[in-house]
Ligand binder design. Structure first.
Ligand code: K7E
Ligand code: CUA
Length: 765
């Protein structure tokens, strides 16, 4: 038997022995003993059993959490709280090659502000695309508070496809929130500024500074925001805050808070009391109630103005068309959350201990009857709080955000920042049901499918701002603490603490895992950022290097375990463009591409074509290699870029090989290959004699193995051709390449065989 197969088989045996040894160790220590040793209570055990997912198991829900200042999105599973991915959004991210390949650089370039690259984002609120108010699992949107932008992530491959820059805002917060059919993605301003990109002194704050809400039109077919169909509504300089879209009876409307309707401008250095004093002096701020459906009509009818090339409905036009109202809300409010049935909005005041339940029906009745308590300085009608309020409940000090339990129930959960707890209460009756401490200073909380028209209840995640003493210390900058809470019973039960060390995730959304159907490979030669065939797609055998004066363009491929080309020759000063297509079809066979000295780093997933572009500005030798451990010969997946000095003349004579091979060497290698083939045949016989077609994992492995075996056949032919000419050097080297492909085939085959054995495949013949 040949060496490698022997090694593999003995490895497999070793694993089997290891398993049985381990299982006897497991049984030796009883559950009681482990509990005693680790100081665990029955409650701990129950929590562990509720969250533990055994190897190979899957989670029921997938969470997309904002990555805060990291400008990314964090993906994790519930109930296990295992982190699955960081999606690169506003920030370059090397693992995904984001911001390194030309394709993703083009996405980041969409997010430039006045031509400047912005390489971070302050992400706050992710939101799923919806159909009839249900999460459809197709797209995710997220905002950037610091540089008003919205990003579109396609959940087919979990990649960022588009970034749009808000044309009139210089600060935002109330995004991203989607309307029930993803007609629009809502983005509300935060700190008021002039809409034009000009200087205006603060003395003219009341007259020239403005807030706004932008409604970004989403083209579901294209999966992109259509900037030309998007519009904004001008608002007073009230520091708009969070938003939410109406649904059901409130469909067509949206709701946005504000927190400094005092319009106070600080200036400590000028001897003025700070912002925080002036922005919290009044007892109430305003909830903005906006009819975006009406807004859409007005834009179509040409009633909008154009500011910075973008359609803006002025406050005057909005008021004249009955599409904008204000309702007083408690001091410095934060969250506004529409109930799943669309009938109520719950608002909490950070400086008040109450949650306030507004009735959409009452607001509409007052609006229709033109029953107003007055107008604000900009002429916007104000509906009296008593005419809009349904209930007011004392929930604790510093309430922020609210999530709704299962559809049809009146139960809600509100995060209580100052008191560090979650309050469970009934918003129909207006009474508190339960309270539970969290650690510490909770911001948002999030229930399963909580923003949809049919939340699932089950679990709640508390997104705590401070972790303080919860984890092993890691220096002054602490991770955040996401706590998983079981809300299926009467009393809330804490299940798990998860440290999140990547920025401050403000909000998160969770979707049923079975709604997501991401692909595992791209169509061959795919530009994943534009979702179209790359013009630089290169097929096996068609690799080429094109030279034009001052420029070298490589059309290359990647497959286990070589980069084609392996030698790239350029001249000092050349612009170098390297397009690489990953030819793999096998799941999880990503190849990377990194090169010395030039910030060159690609991640090329199966099927993808990615491009590196740089200037070869100095002569020298630049090794490159694959950065993913993709096969046993991954380290050999390497090459050289030679940057020759200008005017360089190649030396006479060919390569000097390190080893000279003989006919005997060739024969020995061929013997090994024949033996290897026998092992492959036996594995193939095992697989095909079982119902392997019932196992998609095995079908994929078999496909891949068949590909590799095809490559082996090609190498075999080259080897035999060289042997016929008695060129033993090349005969031996190609025989070895033939064997390398066999080893990869055997590797796939053995993985398939093991899978079948472990999953009790049935013998069919
Ligand atoms: Cu409360 Cu930006 Cu929604 Cu932070 S926000 S917590
Ligand atoms: Cu490809 Cu390592």
């Amino acid at each position: 038997m040949f060496k490698s197969a022997k090694k593999m088989l003995s490895l497999a045996a070793g694993v089997a022995i290891g398993l049985s040894a381990a299982s006897s160790a497991w049984s030796a220590s009883s559950l009681e003993e482990v509990m005693k040793e680790r100081g665990l209570t029955q409650k701990d055990l129950l929590a562990a059993a509720k969250t533990y997912v055994p190897t190979g198991g899957r989670d029921e829900y997938i969470v997309f959490a904002s990555g805060g200042q990291s400008g990314q999105v964090i993906v994790y599973g519930i109930p296990s709280m295992r982190i699955l991915k960081y999606i690169a959004v506003f920030t370059p991210e090397p693992w995904q090659g984001y911001g390194f390949d030309e394709e993703s650089k083009a996405v980041l370039a969409m997010g430039r502000i006045h031509g400047k690259d912005i390489t971070f984002g302050d992400t706050h609120h992710p939101a799923f695309s919806e159909a009839d108010g249900e999460y459809d699992g197709k797209y995710l949107f997220i905002n950037d508070k610091a540089n008003p932008r919205i990003a579109v992530i396609d959940l087919h491959d979990f990649e960022t496809k588009q970034i749009v820059v808000n044309p009139i805002m210089k600060s935002e917060h109330g995004g991203a929130f989607v309307t029930p059919n993803t007609e629009y993605v809502i983005e509300a301003a935060q700190y008021a500024t002039p809409h034009e990109n000009i200087f205006v002194p603060l003395e003219e704050f009341n007259d020239k500074y403005r807030g706004a809400i932008t409604y970004w039109k989403f083209d579901k077919k294209k999966g992109r925001i259509d900037e030309s169909q998007s519009f904004s509504v001008e608002l007073p300089p009230y520091s708009q805050d969070l938003s939410d879209a109406g649904k059901g009876p409130s469909y067509g409307w949206s709701f946005t808070n504000s927190f400094c309707s005092e319009r106070y401008v600080g200036g400590i250095e000028r001897g003025r009391p700070p912002f925080e004093a002036g922005c919290s002096s009044k007892d109430t701020d305003y909830l903005h109630v906006v009819n975006w459906k009406k807004g859409e009509e007005l834009v179509k009818a040409g009633k909008a103005e154009t500011v910075n090339g973008h359609k803006v409905i002025s406050m005057k036009t909005a008021v004249a068309n009955n599409m904008l109202y204000l309702v007083p809300e408690p001091k410095s409010p934060h969250g506004v959350d529409v109930s799943p049935d669309g009938k109520f909005m719950i608002v909490s005041g950070k400086l008040d201990s109450h949650a306030w339940v507004y009735s959409f029906d009452k607001i509409m009745k007052a609006a229709e009857a033109k029953k107003f308590e007055g107008k604000d300085p900009y002429g916007i009608p104000i509906i009296a709080m008593k005419d809009a309020l349904h209930k007011q409940v004392n929930v604790g000090i510093g309430p922020l955000h609210t999530q709704y339990d299962k559809a049809g129930s009146c139960t809600v959960y509100t995060s209580i920042y100052v008191d560090s707890m979650v309050t469970k209460w009934d918003y129909c009756e207006g009474k508190v049901l339960d309270q539970m401490p969290v650690h510490y200073n909770i911001g948002h909380l999030m229930a399963m499918e909580g923003d949809s028209v049919s939340p699932d209840g089950k679990y709640l995640v508390a997104l705590n701002k401070l972790a303080i003493d919860r984890f092993n210390p890691v220096g002054p900058l602490h991770p955040q603490n996401h706590q998983l809470i079981d809300i299926s019973g009467k009393k809330m039960q804490l299940l798990y603490d998860m440290p999140l060390p990547l920025g401050e995730p403000h909000y998160a959304v969770a979707i049923r895992a079975d709604k997501l159907k991401p692909g595992v490979r791209y169509k061959s030669g795919w530009n994943s950022r534009t979702d179209s065939r790359s013009p630089f797609k290169t097929r096996a055998g068609r690799e080429k290097t094109v030279r034009t004066p001052g420029k070298v363009e490589v059309f290359g491929t990647l497959i286990r375990s070589h980069i084609n080309p392996e030698i790239i020759e350029v001249t000092e000063g050349d612009e170098v463009i390297i397009h690489l297509t990953n030819l793999e079809r096998a799941q999880d066979e990503t190849h990377g591409f990194a090169m010395y000295g030039g910030n060159v780093n690609l991640s090329v997933e199966p099927g993808k074509t990615a491009t590196a572009k740089f200037q070869a500005d100095r002569a020298g030798v630049f090794p490159y290699y694959c950065t993913e451990f993709c096969s046993a010969l991954h380290l050999e997946m390497q090459g050289y870029m030679l940057v020759q000095p200008k005017g360089y003349k190649a030396k006479e004579g060919g390569m000097v090989e390190g080893v000279k091979y003989t006919e005997a060497d060739y024969n020995k290698q061929v013997k090994t290959n024949v033996d290897t083939q026998a092992v492959i045949n036996s594995v193939v016989a095992f697989i095909t004699s079982h119902n392997y077609k019932d196992f998609p994992t095995v079908v994929a492995l078999v496909e891949d193995a068949t590909d590799q075996l095809g490559f082996a056949e090609e190498a075999k032919k080259k080897s035999e051709a060289a042997a016929a000419k008695k060129d033993w050097q090349n005969a031996m080297l190609w025989a070895n390449q033939w064997w390398q492909y066999q080893v990869k085939t055997a590797d796939m085959g053995l993985r398939a065989k093991t899978f079948l054995e472990q999953n009790n495949a049935k013998k069919i013949k």
